[in-house]
Design a protein around this ligand. Structure first.
Ligand SMILES: CC(C)(COP(=O)(O)OP(=O)(O)OC[C@H]1O[C@@H](n2cnc3c(N)ncnc32)[C@H](O)[C@@H]1OP(=O)(O)O)[C@@H](O)C(=O)NCCC(=O)NCCS
Length: 158
């Protein structure tokens, strides 16, 4: 395998959007990504934290990426959220770990990052993957989500 990790460039985003949509189309989740929505998501991340956005490349083929963002918190800089994805053909060969190592190293050197926190899928695989890095389910915090228009309707009745 000749995969190398480098900083993402804006010109990578269309190909990364295609890769992201293809990966999620093959996963059992309720999320339904298209190439335009995936590309918009990655453009958002690129705008937010270009310096913590790395891609994995095999010759000229993009095969994965990891991006996260710095959030100043009461105890220092945390890394909050992000996107990590590897082409299924290249999975289980250490590419994911390579991407995380590169971005985490940069985040520590440049931003003094102390903690990574993110939302992930409730599958044994995702729990195990993060646990192998010492990243566990948060015991204090709860992820909530709901419809904004529905909340506005409830608020209008108050
Ligand atoms: C999560 C993901 C990025 C991991 O990428 P990867 O390149 O396969 O990961 P690595 O090869 O670096 O694997 C790291 C460890 O996970 C294990 N692993 C990887 N895929 C696995 C799988 N499908 N089942 C069980 N273990 C797996 C590997 O064995 C490895 O552990 P070890 O080598 O120390 O034994 C990849 O599975 C992916 O893109 N999934 C789809 C998108 C996704 O779920 N992203 C995360 C959302 S939060």
């Amino acid at each position: 395998m000749t995969v190398r990790v480098r900083a993402a460039a804006r010109k990578d985003l269309p190909a990364l959007g295609r890769l992201y949509a293809r990966i999620y189309a093959g996963m059992k989740t309720s999320e339904r990504w298209t190439v335009p929505t995936a590309t918009s998501l990655l453009e958002h991340w690129f705008g937010a934290q270009q310096d913590l956005f790395a891609v994995a490349e095999d010759r000229n083929r993009l095969v994965g990426a990891f991006v996260t963002a710095v959030k100043p918190w009461w105890d220092g800089n945390h890394l909050e959220g992000g996107e990590l994805f590897v082409d299924p053909v290249y999975q289980r060969q250490g590419v994911g770990r390579l991407l995380v190592r590169e971005v985490f190293s940069r985040a520590v050197q440049k931003h003094g990052a102390t903690v990574f926190e993110a939302v992930t899928f409730r599958t044994p695989f995702h729990r195990a993957w993060y646990a192998s890095l010492g990243i566990q389910e948060n015991q204090d915090l709860l992820w909530v989500s709901g419809s904004v228009p529905a909340a506005l309707k409830k608020l209008a009745r108050q």
